[in-house]
Write a protein that binds this ligand. Structure first.
Ligand SMILES: *Cc1c(COP(=O)(O)O)cnc(C)c1O
Length: 400
């Protein structure tokens, strides 16, 4: 590697830092949970965790861990193969059938991550004659997946149903063969649910299909945790669901697509991230399988999650914090100003609260925030402690 090239890379890094965008990772020395032990200068500090996607607390659930432990004895550690050569075990097929049944679809197909599922789904199913109509706030993996596909792209302003209708009309007048509307089920930076009934009604009117990326919902939102399509009563109208095992469903890793049988069959033949990437580790498949079973029967955990969400929202709102409205366990505390978000995050850190601040370019300029996420792994006392810390930190930083 030439000195000139390394110099160029160092300059880029310095620019990222100078722009205040350098991401520094903190280290946890305990399992992911409501309370975690954070490594600070070599010593462990116990903190209340408000920034994991561990909505039902399954990331460290004893039954999930036991299932993974048993899988290592029965199925070994790794697959050392892609699925179609010799990388599929009965376990992998069981996981596909389980997630398909859970979401009410014919079948499902596994990927190493939902990032890969979104990377493979569009290119496989659509061609240059087709149209993809995508919400402007959709996840980065959707944006990248759409880029890999030759279909014509239409973008509509976040959650703007008039804009969506305009794009559908445009796609129609452009002569699109098939049209696919794509949306996140939950917009993760803002914490609100997509207007799926309106989207599905427009899809009906214009003969379009609907794909929902339900990563921030599967397992904890909707009846039995079946996600935003079930929550909004349109699960029979949503054609394709992409999702992850890396959040509510155990939080390890792995993604999936659930849809009608021919769609899954074609993805198995053609989806490049599926064809050319290793199979999920047996421990991950077995743990995720157990996590689905727990989630499907976890009304108690969902009630706890809902209680924490309502309590945290009400208390912070009453204390004068500016919260984004929403109906999910994602509760963004707005500071608007980026440096204020950093100050609030630092003040919370001092008070034992583990949070993450978000500012441009992750969210628009002037919309900086601390995004908090509730979890059933938190105790009522944890939530009360977090509220007290927020109020104290909010006063110290002059935010409230
Ligand atoms: C987290 C997330 C992904 C990525 O999922 P992985 O399985 O971690 O790759 C994709 N889409 C959305 C909407 C997400 O929130």
């Amino acid at each position: 590697m030439t000195a000139l090239f390394l110099e160029h890379i160092r300059d880029t890094l310095e620019q990222i830092d100078a722009d205040g965008l350098y991401k520094r990772e903190r280290l946890i020395q305990s399992p992911q949970d409501g309370r975690i032990v954070v490594n600070q200068n070599g010593t462990g500090r116990k903190m209340i965790n408000l920034c994991a996607n561990n909505y039902l607390g399954l990331a460290n659930h004893p039954d999930v861990k036991l299932a993974a432990q048993q899988a290592i004895d029965e199925f070994g550690f790794g697959m050392a193969s892609v699925r179609f050569i010799c990388g599929a075990q009965t376990l992998h097929r069981e996981l596909e059938q389980s997630i398909a049944r859970y979401l009410g679809k014919d079948d499902a197909i596994l990927f190493a991550a939902c990032f890969d599922a979104n990377g493979g789904v569009f290119e496989t199913l659509l061609g240059p004659e087709d149209a993809i109509i995508s919400d402007s706030l959709n996840h980065a993996s959707i944006i990248d997946g759409v880029r890999l596909c030759k279909a014509k792209r239409y973008r509509f302003d976040n959650a703007d149903m008039n804009a969506l209708e305009d794009r559908l009309k445009q796609a129609e007048s452009d002569g699109a063969r098939f049209k696919l509307i794509v949306t996140d089920g939950v917009f993760s930076m803002d914490g609100f649910v997509a207007n799926l009934p309106a989207i599905c009604a427009l899809a009906d009117r214009y003969g379009a299909m609907v794909l929902v990326d339900d990563c921030h919902a599967t397992g904890h939102l909707g009846p039995a945790g079946r996600g935003t399509p079930a929550l909004t009563g349109v699960d029979h109208k949503v054609d394709i669901v992409t999702g992850t095992f890396g959040k509510t469903l155990g939080g390890a890793m792995g993604g999936f697509i659930a849809a009608a049988q021919p769609v899954i069959d074609l993805l198995r033949q053609r989806a490049r991230p599926y064809l050319f990437s290793n199979s999920l580790a047996p421990t991950v498949a077995a743990g995720s399988l157990m996590a689905i079973e727990i989630a499907a029967n976890a009304d108690d955990l969902r009630a706890t999650l809902q209680q924490h969400t309502s309590r945290f929202r009400a208390a912070l709102s009453a204390a004068g914090f500016d919260l984004l409205a929403g109906d999910t366990p994602i509760i963004p505390v707005m500071t608007h100003d980026a440096s204020l978000a950093q100050k609030l995050a630092a003040a919370l850190d001092e008070r034992g609260i583990y949070v993450a601040g978000f500012f441009f370019p992750v969210v628009p300029k002037g919309k900086a925030r601390i995004r908090t996420q509730m979890s059933a792994a938190l105790s009522e006392q944890d939530v009360e402690d977090a509220i007290a810390a927020f109020i104290d930190a909010g006063k110290v930083t002059g935010l409230i």
